[in-house]
Design a protein around this ligand. Structure first.
Ligand code: FES
Ligand code: FES
Length: 494
């Protein structure tokens, strides 16, 4: 680095490259892992630190703008402050997945430092730029209010008992590590924990539906620092994996068709994230673009192309649930109302991005993951690598939220592929854009619903015809449709 700038981080003077992002200096260089990376683009607040007294997002700050400034992370809190925030957040139940919590703590600390008696409105304003997807905000506000009270009045911290009995209030066991940011999420594993770790990322389809005509990897392979460039041909076992149905291509083979923009086509791994980004640009993929299917109506239209030709149909599942003769009862009912309803697909927006670290282990692979189902990850990875399941070991780190959106493999099998083929430890982490692009969403539904009742308003019958857009792959779509049918009538007695 030609030019350096100096910052004060948790009381220590640090000389850094002014072009680097603060979050990388904190997480990668100084290993201050309480600073979480939930988006890298200033949207979520998980990276919040205090800069000269102000709660600020570290991912949107370049070091060059911070010359001489004082930066505090959770690691830099005093022992008393740490104890207070751990107790306060634990006592009010403010911690669930924990991924947002260090950022919330820094918002609370910045507020309390200038306003020791904050109102709930003050606290609400202080955390307005920080998202929590698990706990909701009430308990986090409670936690900051309690922390303020303890700090302001210099109150002793009550001793937290262990087990208090069934039905009794107790603090969750991992509050301390989540509040202080010392608990390990997969992305917190670095090349100090795992020396020799490389970084992997997939090149995704440029079109929602296109034939992959050719893949040119030579230039990327020749770039110094590139560990491997893999295509479907390098997969030792089944190219396709899947949670309930084996229909999801790990990498789209040449000569076949992509199913959506999230499809991985080439897997690249390199010594550093910077080389990885360069190498991905050097891979050239030739496509023949085809018209996409963008909704269920298009997919059901006569003559529509098949999303998965081997399935022979675009209908993944059909549920027909009957109880009584709804048509006859509706016809005989005094009142009836029919409406068409549409619900949108919904992104889960868990704050921790999908991340896996895999390494060669006992002729197979060991995977650190942030999974909702490690046994499925094991089964699908073994299928893809052509290994018996016992050769794949999956261990979960903390999971920074999932809400059903982390049920399919996304990064786990790709990290395992690099580890198995190149014999290197490999981390694969999605960007927020990739995460939103790739994982299935809560399903979109189109529903025609008729409800009938008698003269007294007593419900007599309901009839629902629903079509759901399941997206490109089966995932958990079958059971979701079944549930939609069984739950449609709600808790009412017809
Ligand atoms: S706001 Fe910085 S990681 Fe999301
Ligand atoms: S506890 Fe806030 S995002 Fe999970």
């Amino acid at each position: 680095m030609d030019r350096i700038c100096k910052l004060w981080i948790n009381g220590q003077e640090v000389a850094v490259d002014p072009e680097r992002k603060l979050i990388d200096i904190l997480r990668r260089d100084l290993r201050l892992k309480s600073v979480k990376d939930g988006c890298s683009e200033g949207a979520c607040g998980t990276c919040t630190v205090i800069i000269d007294g102000k709660a600020t997002k570290a991912c949107v700050q370049k070091a060059g703008r911070l010359e001489g400034k004082h930066i505090v992370t959770v690691e830099g809190l005093s022992p008393r402050e740490k104890d207070v925030f751990v107790y306060a957040f634990g006592e009010v139940g403010a911690v669930q997945c924990g991924f947002c919590i260090p950022g919330m703590v820094m918002c609370g600390k910045a507020l309390i430092d200038v306003n020791p008696t904050p109102t709930r409105l003050d606290i609400t304003a202080a955390i307005r730029n920080n998202i929590c997807r698990c706990t909701g905000y009430k308990k986090i506000i409670d936690g900051i209010a309690l922390a303020a009270e303890l700090l302001r009045d210099d109150k002793p911290i009550p001793v937290v008992g262990g087990y208090r009995g069934v039905g009794e209030h107790c603090q969750r066991v991992n509050v301390k590590t989540k509040v202080l940011g010392t608990g390990k999420y997969t992305d917190d594993l670095d090349d100090v924990d795992l020396p020799g770790m490389c970084y992997g990322s997939a090149i995704r389809s440029a079109y929602p539906r296109a034939v992959v005509k050719a893949i040119h990897t030579e230039k990327a392979k020749a770039l110094p620092g590139v560990v491997c460039v893999l295509t479907a041909e390098d997969i030792p076992g089944s190219v396709k994996v899947g949670h309930l149905k084996v229909d999801w291509d790990t990498l789209i083979p040449v000569g076949t068709t992509t199913h959506y923009l999230g499809d991985a086509i080439v897997m690249v791994a390199a010594e550093t994230p910077e080389i990885l980004a360069e190498a991905k640009k050097l891979v050239d993929i030739e496509y023949e673009e085809l018209p996409p299917l963008t909704c269920a109506a298009e997919a059901l239209a006569e003559g529509a192309p098949l999303v998965h030709p081997s399935a022979g149909t675009n209908i993944l599942a059909h549920e027909h649930l009957i109880r009584g003769d709804a048509d006859a009862v509706i016809a005989a009912s005094k009142y009836k109302v029919t409406h068409h309803f549409e619900t949108p697909w919904t992104e889960h927006a868990f704050l921790e991005l999908e991340c896996a670290v895999a390494m060669p282990f006992d002729d197979g692979v060991f995977i650190y993951s942030s999974d909702q189902g490690i046994y499925d990850t094991r089964r699908e990875t073994a299928l893809m690598l052509g290994l018996p399941e016992e050769k794949v070991v999956v261990e979960n780190c903390f999971v920074g939220g999932g809400f059903g959106g982390k049920e399919d493999v996304t990064v786990q099998h790709l990290a395992a592929l690099v580890a198995y083929v190149s014999k290197r430890i490999c981390k694969v982490k999605l960007t927020r854009q990739e995460s939103i692009l790739i994982h299935p969403k809560r399903h979109q539904f189109s529903m025609d619903l008729t409800t009938a009742c008698d003269e007294q308003g007593k419900l007599t019958a309901m009839k629902l015809v629903a079509v759901t857009d399941n997206g490109a792959y089966a995932s958990l779509g079958g059971p979701v449709l079944q549930r939609a049918c069984t739950h449609a009538a709600g808790p009412y007695n017809y």
